[in-house]
Write a protein that binds this ligand. Structure first.
Ligand code: PMP
Length: 413
């Protein structure tokens, strides 16, 4: 049976995002910094306003109507997110501030209690700092050793090296689903299967994949998964950890306080059931509720359609960028093997100068190390320029980028 994927109605989608109507330096905004954060549709902005205008209250503790409404809305998004992730149990979902906090939670609450000197954590050379630094800190506390899967010349994980580095000493394999610099989509199922066979846990940094393609947490076979709402049309200040509930049951809470307890005495306390046990203090109710509207928006557009749109746009952008002489374009050749993130480097222009010149044309790209300094060293550059797409981008955005780049090259070159 073949399933046809509806094409996105990009014009209509664009009209749902008020910010896309603004001008920057007298030019229509061309927002190509979606790997950093995404814009918000009116439905998300409305949900936030509606929450504070009609339902605002603290959750879980109150018996009054507003408290019940706020609790239902907040917990409703947890259930909604469980469906979005392919039908996982809501009690395996913990709301955090962002991906970074979710990864730190895994390090503190799940990995630290079960790791010691001589044990190994396997990461990769393409990780974001938020999937490197918590493990550097953990290694310092526990004496565990960090190993890193190298990348190939075309920006993929070296899977032979992975197979060699994965040993009986490996207690955790933590890696990005999609690289925020190279765009590479990693073979999660293969990695997770081998890790499981060795008895190692797997943590997937899904910050750059979940917003852009259908992701089924259980089908991928990982134990834990982290992502951020702000990269998926939702508000800032919300992220989440999904974990197999059995693992989270054993977790030692990273934060203690209200909401996460069953019973407190002056000298001892017991913990609430999942997921409250791992959500100490008043949660970010309003932003979580608005995140629910973002999930609805993404599902209405269709994750498969969003993915198809980005593959098409990325293919077009790669073709245009690769036609420019002396421009290094990183990552795999085939757009089917990458997300809508393209990093490039031109010897003659510093990425910050390029980003500044493009901004004068209303084009927002990112320049810098993209929180991946070890990867920059591996690529042998101080920084790259990065354009990253989402469902509201169109070919005209790519054309404006390439024209702006050509102008900057002729100015500096
Ligand atoms: N991992 C990856 C792959 C990312 O791209 C990012 C955001 N740039 C993060 C983690 C961290 O996300 P946050 O800043 O929302 O915690």
């Amino acid at each position: 049976m073949s399933v046809s994927i509806e094409r996105l109605d990009v014009r209509r989608i664009r009209s749902d995002f008020p910010i896309l109507g603004r001008e920057v330096h007298g030019h229509a905004l061309r927002y190509l910094d979606n790997a950093a954060t995404t814009q918000k549709p009116r439905a998300v902005l409305d949900a936030l306003r509606d929450y504070y205008e009609r339902h605002n209250s603290n959750v879980h503790r109150g018996v009054h109507t507003l408290a019940q409404e706020a609790t239902e809305a907040y917990e409703g998004v947890r259930t909604r997110l469980g469906r979005f992730l392919g039908g996982v149990e809501p009690r395996g979902i913990v709301f955090t501030r962002n991906t970074t906090e979710a990864i730190n939670l895994v390090a503190r609450s799940i990995v630290e209690p079960r790791i010691g000197s001589g044990d190994e954590i396997l990461l990769t050379e393409m990780e974001h700092h938020s999937n490197l630094v918590p493990w550097i800190q953990l290694a310092k506390r526990t004496g565990a050793r960090l190993r890193h899967v190298p990348i190939t010349e075309d920006g993929r994980l070296d899977l032979d090296a992975f197979d060699d580095l994965l040993t009986d000493r490996t207690k955790l394999v933590a890696f990005a689903h999609a690289s925020n610099v190279l765009g590479t989509i990693n073979p999660v199922e293969r990695i997770a299967e081998r890790a499981r066979a060795k008895g190692a846990l797997t943590l997937l940094d899904a910050a750059q994949s979940i917003p852009h393609m259908p992701v089924d947490a259980r089908e991928l076979g990982v134990d834990l998964l982290a992502a951020s709402a702000h990269k998926m049309l939702g508000p800032t200040g919300v992220g989440f950890l999904w974990g197999r509930p059995e693992l989270l049951e054993e977790a030692e809470p990273m934060l203690g306080g209200g909401e996460m307890i069953l019973e407190v005495h002056l000298d001892r306390a017991t913990w609430a059931d999942l997921p409250q046990k791992l959500e100490a203090g008043t949660p970010n109710v309003g932003d979580v509720v608005a995140f629910g509207a973002a999930l609805n928006y993404l599902e209405a557009a269709g994750l498969a359609a969003i993915r198809a749109h980005e593959v098409e746009l990325t293919g077009y952008a790669l073709e245009r960028l690769r036609s420019l002489e002396n421009l290094r374009v990183y990552g795999p050749e085939d757009p089917e093997h990458r997300s809508g993130v393209i990093s490039f480097y031109d010897e003659t222009i510093h990425p910050h100068d390029l980003a500044t010149m493009l901004d004068l044309r209303g084009i927002a790209i990112r320049a810098g190390h993209h929180c991946a300094q070890p990867l920059m060293r591996r690529l042998g550059v101080p920084a790259t320029s990065r354009a990253s797409f989402y469902l509201y981008n169109e070919r005209a955005d790519v054309d404006a980028l390439v024209e702006g780049l050509e102008e900057a090259r002729s100015y500096f070159g």
